[in-house]
Each structure stands twice: as C-alpha cells, then as structure tokens.
Design a protein around this ligand. Structure first.
Ligand SMILES: [Mn+2]
Length: 320
C-alpha cells in the first residue's frame, strides 16, 4: 500500500525492533537515509555485503554503526533506497516497508507499505518525514543526509529545485559548513603511495599542445591508470602514464570525452602501438592500456604522435 510521509513514520512508531536495510555496496544516500531514520525512530542499520568507499568514509567519520549481512530477526524491516530484491542478495524479507526514489521499485509490490517519491535522493524524502514528525535533526544525521544528496545528484549535476531546498535547510538546521562535507566526499585517495604517484605524474609531465588540445605523457612506478585519470582531471585532454616493470613497459591511457568525439580512439591506438613494440594492448576509446617492450620515452613519443595525427586529421576534414 502506498502511503505518504506522515503515515510512514506513524506506522513505524508501532514497531520496536526495526531494521533499516540498505542495498549491497551501500552508498551515502542509502546509509545516510538509514542513519537519519534510525536516529529519529531507533533500530539497527543493516547493509548487504558492505558500504562503498565513500559511504565507508562517512560511516567512519560520523561513527555510524551498521551490521553487515544482518540476521533476519527483527520485527519489521525498512528497505532503504533499494529498488530490486537482487540488490539484497536474497535476504528473506517477511514484513517490510520501502522508502525509495528509484523509478521502478519492484519491492513495493509485496511491502506492507511504501513511500515512493521521484526525488533525486532518498535523503530528501527522509528529511520530509523527519520534518513532519517534528524530530530534531542533529548534526551527524544532517551531515549524512547532505552527503547522500550530494552523491546521488552527482555533485548537483542532476539536482532538482527540491534538492537545493533540502540542502539549504539541512545546512541551516545543522550549522554544517558545506565545504566540510565536500572534503569528506573528496575523490582524493586516502592511500599515501597513490597520492605520491599522482603528484609525481604531474611533476614529470611532458606537455604537448596540438592546436587547443593538451596531450600529456608521464612516468610513475605504480598506480599508472589512476595517475592518468588524475592528469585528465587536472586539465589534460589525453594522458599516457608509463611504468617499467622488469623488462615490460606498462602504459595506461585516458582521454576526455571531447577528445574521443574529435577522433581519438585509445583502444585502436594501443593495439597499433603495442604491435610496433612487441606487446599487447587494448581497452576502450577513452581508457586503454598496453604491455610492451622498448625504450620508455620512445614508446610515449609514439603515443603522442598517434594522438596528434588523430586530432589533426579530424580538424583538416572539418575545414571547408
Ligand atoms: Mn539513492
């Protein structure tokens, strides 16, 4: 049965031993929504398999307790931010409710009741429930809900007016600085050797400008793929990062979408160049790699030259 926000919490008040169940690899929207509900109504948070990287970081920072693969010994289960049973890895649901924002929610069919809204995040629905309850929203719950909204809207790329309103309200209520949450959601790796690899890749970068395109090559001893992605994020259109592993030269490449649209195809590039340097390579248009043999500078110079030709060919064709 479909119900509204105020009915949702009124019904939940009847149960004592609630389990808020998040989908497998729970994201900040699932975990944050479950946590805010738990703080208001009591109960236990359960996640299937575990949390994703960002949700784990939030849980650690806010001291959120959750049970991985919980036992089915609760009076009632509230399935949070989950649209299909498959996302629960076969968890045996008996009496349960659903709170969710996904377009298709097959779990609703057998639920005792469900609250469904087409919002950009479950966190926004939870905020409305808590407001109607008159429940105080404490700092940790607000932080978790803010994190859920930011991640589910893709840093507000897919945000609605309601997402901004919810954010403004949460910030106002809690006094949390927006930048604090952004900091914890930062994509910067925690691993120090990976951060060093990123900085070294930037420090050793050789920059080649082809008209308005920037091609970057660099070398690190490990984390080449992640370092290439990072070079793209700081401004390269196409990046190649090489690492030498005994006699094998490993090259990882990444390209921005606009470079792909302009004719760069890294999968083909890796196949062609690896054939010249006695190795194998392939992947996707925008992300590829190869294991080859030869002089590392010469290999990278070949990569740059190949991209230059791909880009210039397209540019020439487009001229009248
Ligand atoms: Mn969600």
């Amino acid at each position: 049965m479909e119900i509204n926000e105020s009915e949702f919490y009124n019904r939940l008040l009847d149960y004592h031993n609630l389990l808020y169940l998040c989908h497998r690899n729970a994201d900040p929207d699932a975990l944050g929504s479950a946590f805010a509900l738990k703080e208001a109504l009591g109960g236990t948070i359960g996640v299937i398999e575990g949390c994703d990287r960002v949700a784990s970081q939030i849980a650690k920072q806010l001291n959120i307790d959750f049970v991985v693969n919980p036992a089915d010994d609760h009076d009632f289960v509230v399935v949070v931010d989950t649209s299909t049973l498959a996302q629960l890895n076969g968890f045996q649901l008996k009496r349960y409710a659903v709170i969710d924002h996904h377009a298709t929610t097959s779990l609703n069919i057998n639920a005792d009741f469900f609250l469904h809204r087409n919002s950009s995040s479950t966190a926004e629905i939870v905020l409305r429930v808590l407001n109607l309850m008159g429940a105080p929203i404490m700092r940790r719950a607000a932080f978790a809900l803010i994190a859920g909204i930011i991640t589910d809207t893709g840093n507000f790329k897919h945000a609605s007016a309601d997402s901004f309103k919810a954010m403004a309200e949460l910030i106002e209520l809690s006094g949390i600085e927006y930048s604090e949450v952004m900091e914890s959601l930062s994509s910067l790796p925690q691993d120090i050797s990976m951060r060093i690899a990123f900085i070294k890749a930037a420090q050793r970068a050789i920059i080649e400008r082809v008209e308005d395109w920037i091609i970057v090559t660099s070398q690190v001893s490990s984390f080449g793929g992640a370092a290439a992605t990072n070079l793209i994020s700081i401004g390269a259109d196409v990046a190649f990062v090489a690492s030498k592993d005994a006699e094998v030269v490993k090259v990882s490449a990444r390209a921005r979408k606009n470079a792909i649209n302009a004719g760069v195809n890294l999968a083909r590039l890796m196949e062609d160049i690896s054939a010249r340097f006695n190795g194998t390579g392939g992947g996707h248009e925008g992300a590829a790699g190869m294991d080859v043999h030869g002089d590392i500078e010469n290999i990278l110079a070949n990569c740059t030259e190949y991209v230059r030709n791909s880009l210039l060919k397209i540019t020439c064709q487009m001229r009248p």
